[in-house]
Design a binder for this molecule. Sequence first.
Ligand SMILES: Cc1cc2nc3c(=O)[nH]c(=O)nc-3n(C[C@H](O)[C@H](O)[C@H](O)COP(=O)(O)OP(=O)(O)OC[C@H]3O[C@@H](n4cnc5c(N)ncnc54)[C@H](O)[C@@H]3O)c2cc1C
Length: 438
Amino acid sequence: MTHITDLPVNDAGNGWTNILAPRVARPSLSGDVTCDWLVIGAGFAGLAAARRLSENNPEHRVVIVDACRVGDGASARNSGFVIDLPHNVGTDLDNLDMQRRSLRLARAAVKQLENTVQTNAIDCQWSHRGQYMAAASDKGEAVLDGFSAGLDALGEPYQEVSAHDLKSAIGTGYYRRAIFTPGTILMQPAALVRGVADALPETVELYENTPVTGSQFGSPHQFATPAGAIRARQVLLAVNGFAPAFNILKGRIFSLQLLASMTRALSQGELAELGCKPDWGVVPALPFGGPTMRLTQDRRLVMRSVFSYRHSRRVSADQYQKAKTLQAQQIQARFAALPKGIIEHTWAGSITLSQNFAPGFGKQADGVYSAVCQNGVGVTKGTISGILAADMASRRDNPLIADMEALGVPNRLPPRPFLDLGIAAKLKWWVHGSRVDG
Ligand SMILES: Cc1cc2nc3c(=O)[nH]c(=O)nc-3n(C[C@H](O)[C@H](O)[C@H](O)COP(=O)(O)OP(=O)(O)OC[C@H]3O[C@@H](n4cnc5c(N)ncnc54)[C@H](O)[C@@H]3O)c2cc1C
C-alpha cells in the first residue's frame, strides 16, 4: 500500500467560513466500508462527481470522504467568481475552437450550480453581476484590447467601461478603464460549497475529517483512513493538487498558494460614501498585477493579490503579515475615504496548475478516474470535470466529454529542484512585469 503523507493543512483564517454560522460536520469514517464508488475530496469537483455517480447508478453505494471539513479547503477559500469565459481569451485568436469548448464546459457547470442553488435555496449571495476586467496602466490597457478582440472573435457580449462609469460602479477612480462581461456570477464560496454538500442526495455517504492515508489500486481498490479501511470497485480522485500523493499525475501538476484578505462589514455610511453598486467583482487585466477584488452583498471588501510557491505548500507567518499589509495598502490606494485597519481575516489557499493548462481529467487506470488540476478556475472547471468524470466512469454518453478531452493532458514538468527554481523564477518575472498595473 502507498502511504500518503502529503495531506491538506488549512489555516484557520478563511474569512468566508469564519463569518458563517458554525456547521456540524458529517461524522468521520469509523469502521470498514465496502462500496461501489469512492470519491476522494469534497470540493466542487468531488461533490459534483458524487452527486452525478449517484444519479447515474441509483442502486450503487457511493461514498465520498474528505480529509477536512467541507468548507475548509480551496473551494471555500476562493474569490467567489463563477467564471464562464476561458482565461486566455484574446491571447490566442487562432485557437477559437478550444475557447468555444471551454465556454461550453464552463456554462454547463454554471447551469448545474445554479440549478443546485435554486432547487435547494442555498443562501450564498448568488448574484448575476458579471465582472469588470480593469486596467491601471498602458500594459493593462493593451491586455484589455486583446481581450475585446478575443470576445469579438467569439461573438461574446461585453461593454467598454470608462474610468468615470467604473467609478460609479465600484466606487474608485483608480482604474483607467475596464471591460465588463455579463456571464460571471458572484457568490460566497464557503456558503456555496457547504450548501452543495448539504444538498447531496441521501444515497451518497459523506464522511468528513477522514484523510485517506494509504492507497492500493487493484481489484478492489483499497484505502486506509485513521479509523477504517475502504474497499471500492471504482474510485474517482477529486483531491486537486494532492493527486501526485496517490501516484496520479506525478510530475505533471503543481500548486501555488494564493493569499487573500477580507474586511469587516462596511457601514451603510461608508458604502454611501463610495457611491457604488451593492456588490461587484473586479479582476486585474494583468493576472499577476493588481488585486482581484470583491464587494460582497454583506458589504465586505475581499482582496486577493499574493501568489507564493513552495513545494511544501507552507505559508510562513511573515508571508501572511506581508499579504495583509499589501492588501491594506491596496484598499487605501483605491478607497482612501475608508478608515485604516479594517481587515479582519487573512488566509491562504491553493490553486493547481499544469504547464500547458490542461486538466487532470479522465481515466487513469482500470476503475480509477480523476477530476483534478482546475488551473485556478475550479468553481466551474472543478464542477464540470467532476460531472464528466462520473459520466465517463459510468459509461454515460455526454458530448461534453469530447470537449474536456480536447483540452489535452498535463505536460510532463521538469524534475525537482529544477521545477522549484523554474516556477519561482517565472512567478517573480510575472509579478515584476505586472507591477505597473498594481
Ligand atoms: C484565494 C483563491 C482565490 C480563488 N479564486 C477563484 C475564483 O474566484 N473562481 C474560481 O473558479 N476559482 C478560484 N480559485 C481556485 C478554486 O478555489 C479551486 O480551483 C477549486 O477550489 C478546486 O476545486 P477542487 O474540488 O478541484 O479542489 P479542492 O477544493 O482543493 O478540493 C480537494 C479536496 O480534497 C481533499 N483531500 C486532499 N487530499 C486528501 C486525502 N488524502 N484524503 C481525503 N481528502 C483529501 C482536500 O481536503 C480538499 O477538500 C481560487 C483559489 C484561491 C486559493
